[in-house]
Design a binder for this molecule. Structure first.
Ligand SMILES: *Cc1c(COP(=O)(O)O)cnc(C)c1O
Length: 393
């Protein structure tokens, strides 16, 4: 639904609500899905492997294992890494809860690590300080679409002989020193939720160059069974063995067809997101009091979130409400994970554990950023932010 807003004597046609993130679906996406719906394989068919290969080729990884959502993809990775009760795995405090949950699913202990103040990416010095004899891995999060400092993280993990998992739910298409996310860690996870860069409705994938890890993840997504239905059907066999306790984390063929169709437009969408970030930076130059997340070194980001920090944290919630009332789908990413009641109760985490993440959380606000934001939309965002400047400047 679109309606007319009168603003500063200009008449702009803008959507009644501009969400912070949103999918874009066109006719070719719909046709790709419908073709699968008319075919023999709705799930565990040929499109799953085609999608895995398409993402693997795109980022330059050897294997992709597609599953029903990004959280399941993280669980496949933490399972394949072999985390167990008694193990510690270092995760950043500034992330979506799913990153830490994937450690807890294995019975292991997430150890929360603080982030760098400018980029909110995991702080490698802090990682090093948090390593103990029980540490078995690190999960780095490419917050907002910027790759972490993977040379340093990889160095630390190799020295301590522990695994490095990348939560790249925000950074499909980003590069670190010329290399794509998906190739920078032992395993890297993407999400295809509708707010992410490309969507399958729900979906996720874990990338790896290690054939053993890929096999372990494929088995885990399918109950811990050694072969998949299509292999048995192709080979005319019925026998199978369940060698481990797995899950049913499979993704359907029509979702994978949607993902492949979307992938073709990713480069264009990343450029659009980049251009919007540049316009936000120009706007922020005019608005002292509105500070944007800084660009990380050595990387070409795939911007997922536009994070702003207000100079008056005590006014953040009022600003949030005013902007929402004016139709901007602002949000807050994220409540530091260690502050959630589950983590406080189960792992005895407390406020003060990760002060930089906690301080950033108090003053952050996520502004709309997605491929569907056109010029009129951006003009409206600009006017609305200026209108409420007295709340943060
Ligand atoms: C979206 C997201 C996930 C989980 O992805 P789902 O597909 O929603 O399960 C994990 N980690 C981060 C950082 C995310 O943003």
């Amino acid at each position: 639904m679109r309606f007319i807003r009168v603003f500063k004597k200009r008449i702009l046609t803008i959507p009644d609500f501009i969400p912070y993130g949103r999918q874009q679906i066109d006719d070719s996406d719909i046709e790709a899905v419908v073709r699968v719906l008319r075919s023999n394989w709705l799930t565990t068919g040929p499109k799953v492997e085609m999608f895995e290969n398409a993402i693997a080729n795109f980022c330059g990884a050897r294997y992709g294992v597609a599953v029903c959502n990004g959280t399941a993809a993280l669980h496949c990775a933490t399972h394949a890494a072999g985390y167990q009760p008694g193990d510690e795995v270092i995760v950043p405090a500034m992330t979506f809860a799913a990153t830490a949950n994937a450690v807890a699913y294995c019975g292991a202990t997430p150890v929360f690590c603080d982030v760098l103040p400018d980029t909110l990416l995991i702080d490698p010095d802090e990682v090093e300080r948090k390593i103990t004899p029980k540490t078995k891995g690190v999960i780095a999060v490419d917050y907002a679409g910027q790759p972490c400092d993977y040379d340093r993280l990889k160095g630390i993990c190799e020295r301590h002989r522990i695994s490095l998992i990348g939560d790249a739910a925000h950074s499909l298409g980003a590069r670190y020193k010329g290399r794509h996310t998906g190739t920078l860690c032992d395993m890297t996870v993407f999400s295809f939720h509708p707010v992410k860069h490309i969507t399958t409705g729900e979906g996720g994938m874990t990338m790896t160059d290690n054939p053993e890890l890929a096999t372990r993840m494929k088995r885990f997504r399918n109950h811990g069974i050694t072969t998949e239905a299509k292999e048995r059907s192709d080979e005319g066999r019925w026998f199978y063995e369940m060698t481990d306790l797995g899950m049913n984390y499979r993704i359907s063929d029509f979702q994978c067809a949607l993902g492949m169709s979307q992938l073709g437009r990713l480069p264009e969408w990343l450029k659009h997101r980049d251009a919007l970030v540049k316009r936000y930076r120009q706007l922020a130059d005019l608005l002292p009091g509105l500070n944007l997340l800084k660009a990380a070194k050595n990387c070409e980001p795939a911007w997922h979130l536009m994070i702003a920090f207000v100079s008056k944290p005590e006014m953040r919630n009022e600003l949030f409400e005013r902007l929402r009332k004016d139709g901007l789908g602002v949000n807050v990413h994220y409540i530091p994970v260690h502050l959630h009641p589950y983590y406080r109760r189960t792992f005895c985490t407390e406020p003060g554990l990760c002060p930089i993440a906690e301080e950033a959380y108090e003053k952050m606000i996520t502004l709309p950023l997605h491929q569907g934001i056109g010029s009129a939309d951006f003009l409206y965002i600009e006017q609305t932010l200026k209108k409420h400047a007295h709340l943060y400047c």
